[in-house]
Write a protein of this length. Structure first.
Length: 194
């Protein structure tokens, strides 16, 4: 039976890219190359997801301050946050696991508001197009770090570019961008470089 790419599949693809045998688990099993492959896969996933895609962006997410501290605690998997709508004038940034108001120089908020969040998803929670691109990008990076010769890689820049185009196409289709609606911007639709 065919299934989507799992984190274990991605790690084994990376290992096969340098001629190593597959492993049976993603946990630290003492195989140094497998541990390094997982670290590179994770860092590649973070780098790719930080860009913000339709699949890992929460629009209009309500943020509410805690009481009596009046602080807004952020989820541990947050990659980026920005206020939206009528509260767009609040200049917020993430500092640790709290939200900070740069304009008023404080962590305290008198009221909640809505924001756009870009969140880090586990590998197995992403769509297949993202998994495929991250796997190929990570495999090429892993091979270059371990073996060092780009020309020996079974994945090259063309494979990576094809996978990126597949991800971009999938993202654009799922986002339902419409030039006539207010959620369409040319920058969002076209600027998907990684």
């Amino acid at each position: 039976m065919l299934t989507v790419t799992t984190e274990l599949d991605a790690i084994n693809t990376m290992l096969s890219n340098i001629g190593e045998s597959p492993v049976n688990t993603v946990e630290d099993n003492g195989v140094v190359d497998a541990v390094l492959a997982r670290q590179i896969l994770t860092s590649t996933s973070i780098a790719v997801q930080t860009r913000g895609w339709h699949f890992n962006t929460e629009l209009g997410y309500p943020l509410t301050p805690t009481f009596p501290e009046k602080e807004i605690q952020l989820p541990p998997n947050l990659l980026r946050v920005d206020s939206v709508g009528e509260h767009r004038s609040i200049d917020v940034v993430q500092r640790g696991n709290r939200l900070y108001d740069r304009r008023n120089h404080t962590y305290q908020f008198d009221h909640g508001f809505k924001a756009t969040l870009v969140i880090l998803l586990p590998f197995d929670d992403m769509p297949e197009s993202a998994r495929g691109y991250i796997t190929i990008k990570a495999a090429r990076t892993f091979q270059e770090r371990i073996v060092g010769a780009e020309e020996q890689s079974s994945f090259n820049a063309k494979d990576e570019m094809r996978a990126l185009l597949t991800l971009q196409n999938s993202d654009l289709k799922n986002a339902d961008y419409n030039i006539l609606s207010d959620n369409f911007t040319t920058a969002n639709a076209l600027d998907r470089r990684i």
